[in-house]
Every structure is written in structure tokens, then in C-alpha cells.
Design a protein around this ligand. Structure first.
Ligand code: APR
Length: 243
């Protein structure tokens, strides 16, 4: 399918579902998980920082890592790709759904509302005892670990770690939206982490059209109707008729 056909399909679709990954935030200067492991952190493997076992073993180190990443994303700004997706949502209204694997909160800051954050959010914490979710203080004033505002217990990062389940309601809503979508956009994700990556396949299976925006080929490329080989901002602008 040509770019022109993909653009026409996106324009006329009443139901659009979007899946984003780290690539959508690359132009905001947010390093991917592995790229962020520089200096002191280079001796840690992702599983040493982002797993329930790691947190049980050494909560202080895990919190220091997440506090640092929270500081990084607070200083970053949403880029044109985040803004274009917020604009697409305003155009499609109730027929729009955005599922992100990113924990940086940049989609919400760009104005996206019909949004689920499948892997959690760096700017909130969750109580280990009662499950309350609360925002973290300003990054400059934050010394981990935070205490629960309701019961006073220690809170953990509100992130879905390796080996943990995704929030059930969010995943169900996303699965429904991707199944019903006439067009699904898959932006800046390598498609290696399930169940998020499987959302693209839901649309395809149900007869919808699947379009990828990624400078590189991915695991999902074979299932795409169209692959736009460009960075997220330019690829989305081209698809939305603004490039
Ligand atoms: N625009 C669009 N895509 C880009 C850009 C860009 N400017 N730069 C890089 N990419 C693409 C890469 O080609 C790659 O396919 O973004 C993708 C990033 O892949 P990953 O780093 O694997 O990120 P993601 O797919 O979000 O990872 C999924 O894995 O690390 C865990 O839980 C974490 O949510 C994360 C999940």
C-alpha cells in the first residue's frame, strides 16, 4: 500500500487505535531503558533494576534509578510526534484510542486524553500495602522512598516490571480498541514486548489496516499494510497530510 493510500485510510477512518513505544520519545531526548544505563548504572542489567526480585533485594538502588529517570523526563518536553497524536485525537474524538508502552508521561503532557499507559508512569508511586497510587513530589524535592498518603507504608515505583502483569482494565480497553479499529498506527516500538505488541495483530486479525512508523524494520513489519520508514514526527506528519 502506498503512503497516499495509507493517508486516505487514516483520514476517513472513524476508529483509530495507536500503539507507541520508546521511539516516539526519542526526539524529546529520552534515552531508551538500555541507553540510559550509562556511568554508575552501566554495571546493572535491566532485570537488576526493573524486576520485583531486584526491588525486594535492594529497594534503595531501584528507587535511585527511578528517581533519576523521573528527573530526566520532567526536564524533557513533548515533541512534534506527541503533539500530532494529540491533534489526531481531537479530530477523531471518541473513535480514538492511544496505548503507550512509555512511562515518561509525555503523551499526557502533550494533551492526549484517550490514553492508557500500559507499563505505568514514572511520576507516580504505588503503595506496597494498600495499593494507593499518588503523584511523586517535584523531582528536585524528592528523596525516595515515598510514603503512602493514606496508610503511611512504603511506596514502590508505579511501573510494570519484568515478569509482572499489565493493568487488566487498561489492557482490556486497549484490546477492544485495537480490535475495533479501522486503522491502527504502530509508532516507535520494536514490537518485542508482549502483550503490548500483540495489539497490532488484533487489528489485522479483525480486518483493519495496520500502519507502522519506524526508521527501522521491526518484528511487526511483516504484519503491516504499510511501513513509513521515518522518525515519528516526520512519519506522522506525512501520514496526517502535514508533511
Ligand atoms: N521515531 C520513531 N521510531 C524510532 C525513533 C524515532 N525517532 N528512534 C528509534 N525508533 C524505534 C527503533 O527503531 C525501535 O524499533 O523505536 C523502537 C524502540 O524500541 P525499544 O527500545 O525496544 O522500545 P519499546 O518497543 O518501547 O520497548 C517496549 O520494553 O524495555 C521494555 O518495558 C519497556 O516499554 C518498554 C518495552
Amino acid at each position: 500500500m502506498t503512503l497516499e493510500q495509507a493517508r486516505a485510510a487514516l483520514r476517513s477512518a472513524r476508529r483509530v487505535a495507536v500503539l507507541t513505544g520508546a521511539g516516539v520519545s526519542a526526539e524529546s531526548g529520552i534515552p531508551t531503558f538500555r541507553d540510559a544505563q550509562t556511568g554508575h548504572w552501566s554495571r546493572f542489567r535491566p532485570e537488576d533494576l526493573a524486576s520485583p526480585e531486584a526491588y525486594r533485594r535492594d529497594p534503595e538502588t531501584v528507587w535511585q534509578w527511578y528517581a533519576g529517570r523521573y528527573r530526566d523526563v520532567s526536564r524533557a518536553q513533548p515533541n512534534e510526534a506527541h503533539h500530532l497524536l494529540a491533534r489526531l485525537e481531537r479530530g477523531k474524538g471518541e473513535g480514538f484510542f492511544l496505548a503507550t508502552q512509555n512511562v515518561d508521561g509525555l503523551h499526557a503532557r502533550a494533551g492526549s486524553e484517550r490514553l492508557v499507559e500500559l507499563h505505568g508512569n514514572l511520576s507516580t508511586a504505588r503503595c506496597e500495602a494498600c495499593g494507593t497510587v499518588a503523584p511523586l513530589p517535584d523531582p528536585e524535592a524528592f528523596t525516595p522512598p515515598p510514603s503512602c498518603p493514606v496508610c503511611g507504608s512504603r511506596m514502590r515505583p508505579n511501573i510494570v516490571w519484568f515478569g509482572e502483569f499489565l493493568p487488566e482494565l487498561a489492557l482490556e480497553a486497549a484490546a477492544r480498541a485495537f480490535e475495533e479499529a479501522e486503522v491502527a498506527l504502530i509508532v516507535g516500538t520494536s514490537g518485542q514486548v508482549y502483550p503490548a505488541a500483540g495489539l497490532a495483530l488484533e487489528t489485522r486479525r479483525a480486518g483493519g489496516m495496520v500502519i507502522e512508523v519506524n526508521p527501522d524494520e521491526t518484528e511487526l513489519t511483516p504484519y503491516m499494510n504499510c511501513s513509513v520508514r521515518d522518525v515519528a514526527s516526520r512519519g506522522l506528519a506525512a501520514l496526517m497530510g502535514e508533511g
